[in-house]
Design a protein around this ligand. Structure first.
Ligand code: ZN
Length: 392
């Protein structure tokens, strides 16, 4: 990897620097040569938020010579629950300014480049081109896809992560060496399709776990050691304290990278929690007849009616609980006691099955476990199971 221009390589001739990095210098995989490599490296951190906070602090402490920080937000009180690079006195200050000051406190030898701007498809190429490794700690899909595409075009490794509630995923997208974000998630979710941390919440300490992991991956990439998370995705559930690894493949027809190393489309996702939905994936379905048998079993699934009250008043399936589709969109549904505990089998329905398909997809994306959509909705139930009920 081209480590670019940076501080002079004799930076470690200084006794204080050798003392500062003593625990790195003891590692055969780092040593003096590796520490000089870190000093010459340029790492860009997008988002000085929950993930960017620990990442920035560890990159600075590790002696990365130049750290770029891009964020257009101002520190708010709600950020302090997880964004540990900022403190209470920083509320109201720009995040890049606050983060740059924190980096300087940890390691005044680090050169910081700040970009008080939201990264877009128009600006991403120019921004990432000057860096060796990019770390994505942003929280919106347009930025994530723009950054992925820019890194794929430039062949720059992108250390990516996603956190929501208690779930997280981490991967290194690196066109030419493995898949990019678009190989695995070809379609950018529409705004509102996936709840954000602002809507659904996130365990603050989980950001620490995952942002630190991103820093470790970035340092490994700079040092050229170990096996980076290229072609693999770590899937973490903080409630179960479980870590799973998914094998991912590049898509030879990917719109962003069209990588030559691919073999087959997309990820083998399995039944794991993903904060990103895969819109092309069909949701599990159940027919009205199958559901009528399921509902007579000793442990029936929780049946959820996602329609608004006026429709429910006309006709409902006996035993159903009402949770509006809007509550699934906002993420509020997942804290409702009627849903049972995480992993309780759910069947969702609406009038004909369209709205409940969306709700089922949101349940699957939230990593709930088994959820199925009632094909044909309540109308199919009336038709096939209980013709005595009203219809509309
Ligand atoms: Zn790709």
């Amino acid at each position: 990897m081209d480590t670019g221009s940076g501080p002079p390589p004799d930076v470690l001739d200084d006794a204080e620097a050798r003392t500062r990095y003593a625990r790195h210098l003891l590692l055969p995989e780092v040593g003096l040569a590796g520490q000089r490599r870190l000093a010459a490296a340029r790492v860009l951190v997008l988002g000085a938020g929950g993930l960017g906070s620990p990442a920035l602090l560890y990159l600075a402490a590790a002696g990365v010579g130049t750290i770029g920080i891009a964020d257009d937000d101002v520190v708010e009180l709600t950020n302090l629950q997880r964004q540990i690079v900022h403190g209470f006195p920083d509320v109201g200050r720009s995040k890049v300014s606050s983060a740059a000051a924190a980096v300087a406190r940890v390691n005044p030898g680090v050169r910081v480049e700040t970009f008080d701007q939201r990264v877009s498809a128009q600006t991403a190429d120019a921004l990432v081109a000057a860096y060796d490794v990019v770390l994505d700690g942003t929280d919106n899909f347009p930025t994530r896809y723009a950054v992925n595409d820019a890194c794929a075009r430039a062949g720059i490794p992108l250390v990516w992560a996603s956190v929501l509630r208690f779930d997280a995923q981490v991967a290194v997208w690196w066109a030419g060496h493995g898949p990019c974000l678009r190989c695995v998630f070809p379609h950018q979710p529409a705004e509102g399709d996936v709840p954000s941390c602002a809507e659904a919440g996130v365990l603050g300490a989980l950001c620490g776990t995952i942002g630190s992991l991103q820093a470790a991956e970035a340092l490994k990439l700079v040092l050229g050691i170990g096996e980076p998370l290229v072609g693999r995705m770590l899937v973490h559930d903080a409630l179960r304290q479980s870590w799973d690894t998914l094998a991912l493949q590049a898509d030879p027809e990917c719109a962003a990278c069209g990588s030559p190393v691919g073999g087959g489309r997309g990820a083998r996702l399995g039944a794991v929690a993903l904060a990103l939905p895969v819109p092309a994936e069909p949701v599990a379905v159940v027919t009205a007849r199958e559901l009528s048998i399921e509902m007579r079993r000793p442990h029936p699934p929780v049946l959820i009616d996602v329609r608004p009250e006026p429709e429910r008043a006309i006709v409902s399936i006996p035993g159903a609980v009402a949770i509006d589709l809007a509550d699934f969109r906002s993420g509020e549904a997942f804290s409702r006691p009627e849903l049972g505990s995480l992993g309780t089998p759910l069947v969702l329905y609406c009038k004909t099955g369209v709205r409940s398909t969306e709700a089922t997809r949101l349940v699957a994306a939230a990593g709930w476990g088994y959820a199925a959509n009632l094909t044909g909705g309540v109308l199919a139930w009336v038709r096939e199971v209980d013709p005595g009920l009203a219809t509309y």
